[in-house]
Design a protein around this ligand. Structure first.
Ligand code: XIL
Length: 378
């Protein structure tokens, strides 16, 4: 056989192997590409998991998660209300299960989250005594970050500390400990978890004054000589209205600070927003109205196409900046268990993710895969 034929045969063989490794079998549905494989050289691909997923109650869901994602964020079970239910009492059972799931499936864990004004334990809500807040703050970070050092890859050390105008939210921590509490949180986390990546995480920080506030916050932490490894942009946006220009600017500005940029809670709502709503403050609530819930019997093709197009634009941007982006995590696996069916209006039927209620990949999934192909990855 002459040399060029041998080379051609080898190339074809290797391409075949590569293509094979990018496609995974999922029970009940032929083979589909794998997000984590397709973006393997670009960024981590994650999903937020609830306890039913972590406890592997449905083997089809487990198989889908293991084949598509290489990192997970517990949707709720590492939040303080779950981990630290009594003043002197921690309950690590579920958080340990999260770590166990990740080990079984060779996934990284992003711990979410150490310091946040929401989903606090009952005894902390409305706590006025500054000394008690300080004791809680120090003990919580030291105990939790210390226990999981080396077991989780990263922590969202502080979540949602900024107001929309870029000033600091007057949270229980800000009121009791002063503006410096964020630097202190990172300092304590750094000490307790020297092997763990440490992130600041928030929604709408891609925009205007809130972005400026986030940049200032990172600079303040760095100026204090404290480690911060990344910024997480949550990414709760709406299909057809993704703020691409702001997102691009924020990737550039955060990356220029020398930290990794992450998209940590990605989902694109297809439902109308109730008047005055625009963010991901979990305490926001709006009353149910039928016109806010138009797709109870399925998503029309035209809306499906808008969703797919928005995801394609977003991942096109992520690929352009793949050297600056550490991870892209979806806030859920399939549409059926997305928090957006209940937020900010209870009882709606939303379609914000890449897999439908039967775990089938949606047109948006293939568009996302296509952005990697166009960038020449496959
Ligand atoms: C949400 C969960 O998805 C819900 O199950 C829970 O009831 C409320 O919190 N920003 C965050 C996440 O940082 O922790 C929130 O998760 C969504 C908004």
């Amino acid at each position: 056989m002459n040399k060029s034929i041998v080379t051609a045969v080898l190339v074809l063989f290797c391409c075949g192997l590569r293509a094979q490794s990018l496609n995974v079998e999922r029970p009940g549905s032929g083979s589909i590409p794998s997000l984590k494989e397709v973006f393997r050289d670009d960024f981590l691909i994650g999903a937020a998991l609830n306890m039913s997923e972590v406890e592997e109650r449905d083997p089809a869901v487990s198989a889908l998660i293991a084949s598509q994602f290489n990192t997970l964020t517990p949707e709720n079970n590492m939040k303080a209300a779950f981990l630290h239910p009594g003043w002197d009492r921690y309950d690590f059972v579920q958080a340990d299960e999260v770590v166990g799931f990740a080990m079984r499936h060779h996934m990284k864990v992003n711990g979410h989250c150490l310091i946040w004004h929401s989903q606090l334990p009952a005894y902390m809500r409305g706590m006025q005594d500054a000394d008690s807040v300080r004791r809680y703050f120090t003990d919580h970070i030291t105990t939790v970050a210390g226990r999981y050092d080396g077991k989780v890859y990263s922590w969202d050390v502080v979540n949602e500390a900024l107001n929309e105008d870029g000033t600091l939210r007057k949270s229980i921590f800000q009121r009791s400990l002063g503006d410096n509490y964020i630097v202190e949180a990172f300092r304590l986390a750094q000490k307790a978890a020297p092997h763990t990546q440490l992130y600041y995480n928030d929604y709408n920080i891609e925009r205007g004054s809130k972005r400026e506030g986030a940049v200032a916050l990172v600079k303040k932490i760095q100026a204090a000589g404290v480690r911060i490894d990344g910024v997480g942009i949550q990414g709760h946006w709406s299909a057809g209205r993704v703020p691409l220009e702001d997102i691009e600017k924020s990737i550039q500005e955060f990356a220029a600070l020398g930290v990794k940029v992450m998209f940590t809670e990605l989902d694109l709502s297809v439902l109308p927003s109730p008047r005055g709503h625009g963010g991901a403050d979990v305490s926001d609530r709006a009353a149910y109205e039928d016109q806010l819930n138009p797709y109870v019997n399925g998503l029309p093709d035209s809306v499906q196409a808008v969703l797919a197009q928005s995801y394609a634009q977003l991942f096109g941007l992520f690929m352009k900046y793949r050297d600056k982006i550490g991870r892209v995590t979806f806030w859920g696996v399939d549409d059926g268990q997305s928090w957006l069916n209940g937020f900010p209006v209870r009882g709606r039927t939303n379609y914000p993710l890449l897999f439908d209620r039967q775990l089938r990949p949606k047109p948006a999934f293939y568009k996302v895969i296509g952005t990697a192909e166009r960038a020449g990855v496959m």
